[in-house]
Design a protein around this ligand. Sequence first.
Ligand code: FMN
Length: 184
Amino acid sequence: MDSPVEQQTLHPLLRARYSPAGFDPDHEVTVDEIDLLLEAARWAPSAGNSQPWAFVPARRGDPIHPTITRHLARSSRAWAADASALIVNLTRRFVDDTDLPYSDFADYDLGQAVAHLTIQAQAMDLACHQFRAFDLAALSADLAPAPGWHIVSMTAIGRPAGPLATERGRRSVADLRRDAFAPN
Ligand SMILES: Cc1cc2nc3c(=O)[nH]c(=O)nc-3n(C[C@H](O)[C@H](O)[C@H](O)COP(=O)(O)O)c2cc1C
């Protein structure tokens, strides 16, 4: 927290959220909880209401879980395999019923959907750690998404255990206002 305004008024769900560096390996999430997280993603805004997102949830113990964990990088394996669930996040980078070859907004929209999911998780006393540290080509080959769909990232979900994942410093609000317009 770097400004008095932020400290006073930032919503508690946003203030409390962080990406944990470890998860409780004994904690379990239910299918209903996963469905509620996906419901939150479902209500995210998207360009033209295109909803270009899809998710592959894998609770620890589900048959698909090892298919996913075998592709984790060494760095993420250390904590992501303990999470109660992993969700693979996919996007579809095409625009139906147009001549456009590519959607500029598909990945943007997926990010918003995952952000919705993340805050819903926080409200359910669960923590999320999004990550890209996995073998994308190998995971894509195993999951074989339909044509046009691309795996972008994963979200590990569960009860946090251990410290913060990373240094959580943030640029100031003043920087956010001016950085894109500052001379090089
Ligand atoms: C698209 C994306 C990819 C990320 N990839 C990784 C990753 O590969 N490994 C990791 O430990 N954290 C990863 N993170 C988590 C970020 O490092 C983390 O969100 C950031 O440091 C801010 O910390 P905070 O979430 O606690 O606020 C990723 C986050 C996002 C949104």
